[in-house]
Design a protein around this ligand. Structure first.
Ligand SMILES: [Zn+2]
Length: 390
């Protein structure tokens, strides 16, 4: 019953189903909102005055844990396509160097969370997490982590370990970006059967094309193999070599064997649901955890009890369901530092992307940026209650 293509008519959502916010080198970046600009000025001034170091070494910071989140570390040019989903190995290496040079204590997630609630964290605590379990973790991130001697957790979505092809939504977005200069206005009538032409020369046109192809796949209730076939046809139409992308394992999750290899090497493989989804139905939700955990138990020793919400989406009713499933911690994508008062099933986490400057990241590592967050955003319990009320 593990052949997903036989099990479902409608394909499950996948990592990056939401359109990744790609960056376009040919288009000037919009001016950051005033709040970001002001924050950067304050951070810059704090850095010059030595205040960042004071916050980093404070008792306040020592009671807190920064959990960093990464997705893809590029094998080829993926970081140029999406600076939010993918980061170059050089940028990741610079982040790891910042952690080492700033004398941060990078702890395994399990130990970090235990010590957070015991009140025994060492100064400057950080935990590193990688979502989805992409092959590029194995190829790019893991060697760097080993070089720096840092532990890490990988939240693995196991369905895509078994169905080991480039993730449909990500791949479509990527090939649309790749074709932007060579085929700025392709005629895609053959894909849809109705006259249609896309504009790929700018980010808005590519985002629209991406939405249209995802909507088409949903509307036609395409299975995963049918989606893969559609992606192959799209790549061919745009003059991209699908087989080359597949051979390089771009935008593809680790196989079970690869995940087992990193687990044997000390990487902590944890829960991210089997099919990268959190159904609102109690039984289906629990099944996602059970299916995910069963496969992860074949990959690593011990029971996986740490969870990460796919796409950072959570609802108040998920908390009792996670407790029922024996999950002890769950991480969100809500930026912040975890404190002993944080709900363990709604731990804040900083999604580190190529779009963050070294100063932005230093602001979070030291803890200074937590002071810029609106109080509401860090009041996770209140937020979950308000979701329950909704
Ligand atoms: Zn994910």
């Amino acid at each position: 019953m593990t052949a997903p293509e036989q099990a479902v008519r409608e394909a499950p959502p996948s990592p990056g189903t939401e359109t990744p916010a790609e960056e376009t080198p040919t288009v000037a970046r919009p001016t950051p909102p005033l709040t970001v600009a002001v924050k950067r000025r304050v951070l810059g001034a704090s850095s010059r005055l030595g205040l960042l170091g004071n916050v980093r070494d404070s008792a306040w910071r020592q009671r807190r844990l920064l959990i960093l989140c990464y997705h893809s570390i590029s094998i080829d040019d993926e970081h140029e396509w999406s600076g939010t989903y993918s980061m170059s190995p050089a940028v990741l290496e610079s982040r790891l160097r910042m952690l080492r040079d700033g004398r941060y204590n990078v702890l395994p997630l399990d130990e970090a969370v235990r010590r957070l609630y015991e009140g025994t964290l060492p100064p400057r605590s950080v935990a590193l997490t990688f979502d989805d379990g992409m092959f590029d973790f194995h190829a790019r991130a893991w060697p760097l982590l080993q070089q720096f001697g840092f532990p890490a957790t990988v939240y693995l979505t196991t369905y895509y370990s078994d169905y080991n092809k480039p993730i449909f939504g990500l791949l479509c977005s990527y090939v649309l970006w790749r074709a932007r200069v060579r085929m700025p206005e392709p005629d895609v009538t053959s894909l849809f059967g109705t006259p249609m032409r896309w504009r790929l020369s700018d980010a808005a046109g590519r985002a629209r094309a991406h939405r249209e192809i995802l909507a088409h796949a949903d509307r036609e209730r395409l299975t995963l193999p049918e989606r893969t076939a559609l992606a192959e046809r799209l790549a061919e139409l745009l003059g991209e070599d699908y087989e080359a992308i597949r051979a390089k394992r771009l935008l593809t999750v680790m196989t079970r064997e690869e995940a087992a290899e990193v687990a044997r090497g000390g990487v902590d493989v944890q829960l991210h649901t089997h099919r990268h989804r959190t159904p609102n139905d109690h039984a289906l939700f629990l099944r996602e955890i059970t299916d995910n955990r069963e496969r992860i138990e074949q990959i690593r020793d011990g029971v996986a009890r740490h969870f990460c919400y796919p796409s950072g989406i959570y609802r108040a009713e998920f908390l009792p369901w996670l407790r029922e499933a024996g999950v002890t911690t769950a991480t969100t994508c809500d930026p912040g530092l975890a404190s002993p008062r944080s709900e363990p099933l709604l731990l804040p986490r900083l999604v580190d992307t190529s779009l963050l400057s070294p100063l932005d990241v230093e602001g979070w590592m030291t803890g200074m940026s937590a002071f810029f967050m609106p109080r509401k955003a860090s009041a996770h319990v209140a937020r979950s209650q308000s979701l329950a009320d909704a």
